[in-house]
Write a protein that binds this ligand. Structure first.
Ligand code: ADP
Length: 313
């Protein structure tokens, strides 16, 4: 696995506040990497360090295995959370200016901008002034200039905030398309649910520290609870028949259910095979579905933060 980016022991202080406390992470090439954490955790600070907008007090950033150099930022596309366009400039003129800052010739920039404007069906905006655009429209322009130079690494800070669901989806699909073509994508967000289903890797930053990193699969695996939900109908009048059949095999928690479809959550005792639980349940009731309870990333992060605070106590 080759790494496109490594952060090694990054420390950053703002006066008395340590915004990043010895943060390390490794971003594999081609991954879709979620940089998660509550507001104020330090995500933007780390991203600004990666983009060389600010420097760390200690630690280093490696890009493609070598200490990051000033020119490497041309290989990065960065969409900051605070997005500003010059209000009085015309859209096309401004997009062209920003594209040229990425190192493209005027002709190349024009060709690529026309491609994107056509794709987003916004060619009609070319001669409008930025101040005439809605927030969502301005964000589309900013997305275009973020990806115009086909960067190997794209970094989006809270990309979906302020987007309506349709445009958020459009943006998400475009980002996934870039990833399919081989780009590496970093998302920074406090909103776990907005990106958890599209990320291959995640890091959770909490109170300036990296408290959890890994592939989504390995994180989910390590936070399995080994509990299962059984949805069933009961053909007998005996409401406790399932409890009786399962009581020696697992602990049970009744869920609220309708008369015709009921549910329980079961946690098999140590050494009890899941298939024995299913067989016992099957003898007592009609099983409609049996599924493992997979904690959401949000649940996992809450537990990781709690564990971390307990360790610090
Ligand atoms: P996040 O992106 O996770 O919301 P930030 O990296 O923006 O977090 O901020 C981390 C902490 O550092 C916050 O407490 C913030 O107030 C502080 N901070 C960020 N930038 C500055 C700055 N330029 N000067 C002083 N404090 C800052």
């Amino acid at each position: 696995m080759s790494l496109i980016l490594q952060a090694n022991n990054i420390v950053k202080d703002y006066n008395a506040h340590r915004a990043l406390d010895n943060v390390s992470l490794e971003i594999p090439e081609g991954s879709i990497y979620g940089l998660m954490g509550p507001n104020g955790a330090g995500k933007t600070t780390l991203i600004r360090i990666i983009n060389r907008i600010t420097m760390p007090d200690s630690g280093e950033i490696l890009f493609n295995g070598a200490k990051m150099a000033p020119d490497d930022v041309f290989k990065i596309g960065y969409l900051p959370e605070e997005r500003g366009l010059y209000k009085k400039m015309k859209v096309g003129e401004q997009a062209l200016y920003l594209a040229r800052l990425k190192g493209l010739s005027r002709a190349e920039a024009l060709t690529r901008l026309k491609y994107w404007f056509k794709k987003f069906d916004i060619l009609g905006w070319w001669d409008k002034k930025v101040e005439e655009l809605s927030k969502g429209m301005a964000q589309k322009i900013q997305f275009v200039v973020t990806v115009i130079h086909n960067p190997k690494l794209m970094i989006f800070d809270e990309p979906f905030s302020g987007f309506d669901p349709i445009n958020a989806n459009l943006l998400k699909n475009e980002i996934l398309e870039r990833a399919k073509e081989g780009a590496t994508v970093i998302f920074a967000t406090h909103n776990m649910s907005s990106v958890e289903e599209i990320c291959s890797h995640l890091t959770l930053i909490n109170k300036s520290k990296n408290i959890l990193s890994g592939t989504v699969e390995s994180i989910r695996q390590s936070y399995r609870t080994y509990s299962y939900k059984i949805d069933f109908t009961n053909p007998t009048d005996n409401d406790s028949s399932l409890n009786e059949s399962l009581s020696s095999l697992c602990s049970l928690e009744q869920c609220a259910g309708a008369k015709d479809l009921q549910s329980v959550i079961v946690l098999p005792n140590a050494g009890v095979a899941v298939r024995d639980v299913i067989a016992a349940a099957n003898n007592a009731v009609h099983i409609q579905s049996f599924s493992e309870i997979i904690p959401s990333m949000n649940d996992i992060f809450i537990r990781a933060v709690e564990n971390n605070s307990n360790i610090l106590k």
